[in-house]
Design a protein around this ligand. Structure first.
Ligand SMILES: Nc1ncnc2c1ncn2[C@@H]1O[C@H](COP(=O)(O)OP(=O)(O)OP(=O)(O)O)[C@@H](O)[C@H]1O
Length: 312
């Protein structure tokens, strides 16, 4: 149950996955996803995202722990869960010779209560590609076809494994917009992504996985809270870091110089930025390449990787 008294659509408790050779890829993770929520699983390469999503989709049996999707065990009660979920795997693997429309029709034939193929293709912006063979689609268009197929059964729960990998910036934004619309219409979405911006922009809540464990979780704001913000600028010839106001009094935790470029890491961005800009203004110093950014998911992600000794 969540705080509003709703049943969770996805509930994961102390989940474990161990591969054949004895390698423990998922080491006791717990999280839940509420109805109509977008939940993102982030993580370094090999953190266990795909291993987890496959368990949620019922494709393998967990080595330990418990999963409930729409109140059912997705592995043991696959027949009850599968028709109500849509799955977009990392590798679609469609017959290359079929056209887009034929692929959608074939898929619709295996899907109960499928929406019209043209509607699904239209949702992902592939309507004008219906007569094109799958092998002729670009990488990004194939990803969009994957998504169209996942949407055919009007799923209540959508699993998206790296849905925007290979898409250009416009395609990525269009997919985010579509995922948001689906969420607003009540679909619950669990996605994995390598794009921190995607999680920041799209996810209502997220978990950062690291070596099979959850290193941080919450809303994007909760996960970034307490992480330092960044300010950087280029000092002109003849000026040095020591010319600036004393940084330690401004919440600056760390500073680095890279040639003339100065990077400050601060817990009090407004004070730091005000002091530096006031100093520059009063001293008549032009600050080139000025960049000020508040704590982001990227900062949290890199911080977690650093704390765990991973080169990020
Ligand atoms: N079939 C398998 N047998 C043995 N080990 C595996 C198998 N599949 C995955 N692994 C290992 O499990 C770990 C987690 O892999 P997984 O694919 O879940 O990570 P991921 O977070 O999705 O990574 P990526 O971001 O690189 O896609 C990795 O160390 C991987 O090598």
């Amino acid at each position: 149950m969540d705080k509003h008294g709703h049943e969770h659509v996805i509930e994961v408790t102390d989940l474990r996955r161990v591969y054949g050779g004895g390698f423990e890829a998922v080491r006791g993770i717990s999280f839940s996803v509420a109805p109509g929520e977008i939940f993102a699983l982030l993580g370094t390469n090999g953190a266990g995202k795909t291993s987890t999503v496959e368990l949620l989709e019922g494709l393998a049996e967990p080595a330990g722990g418990r999963i409930r999707v729409l109140g059912h065990d997705p592995y043991r009660e696959r027949a009850a869960v599968r028709p109500r979920t849509g799955v977009m795997l990392q590798e679609g693997g469609f017959p290359a010779e079929l056209t887009v429309a034929e692929t959608a029709r074939m898929w619709a034939g295996c899907t109960s209560g499928a929406r019209p193929e043209a509607e699904a293709l239209g949702l992902v912006g592939l309507a004008d590609k219906h007569a094109v063979r799958v092998k002729q689609l670009s990488g990004g268009e194939r990803r969009r076809l994957d998504l169209a197929l996942a949407l055919l059964g009007r799923p209540e729960v959508l699993f998206l494994d790296e849905p925007t990998t290979g898409l250009d910036a416009e395609g990525r934004r269009a997919t985010w917009e579509l995922v948001r619309e689906l969420r607003d219409a009540g679909t619950t979405v669990l996605l994995t992504t390598h794009y921190l911006e995607e999680a920041e922009d799209l996810a209502d809540r997220l978990a950062i996985l690291h070596e099979g464990r959850i290193a941080a979780s919450g809303t994007p704001a909760e996960v970034t809270a307490g992480r330092p913000s960044r300010m950087s600028f280029e000092l002109p010839e003849g000026y040095f870091l020591g010319d600036l106001p004393p940084l330690a009094h401004l919440g600056v935790r760390a500073h680095e110089t890279d040639g003339r470029l100065v990077h400050l890491s601060t817990t009090e961005l407004q004070r730091t930025a005000t002091a530096v800009l006031t100093w520059a203004d009063r001293s008549g110093v032009p600050l080139h390449r000025l960049d000020v950014r508040s704590a982001s998911l990227e900062e949290a992600f890199l911080g977690i990787a650093r704390e765990h000794g991973v080169a990020a």
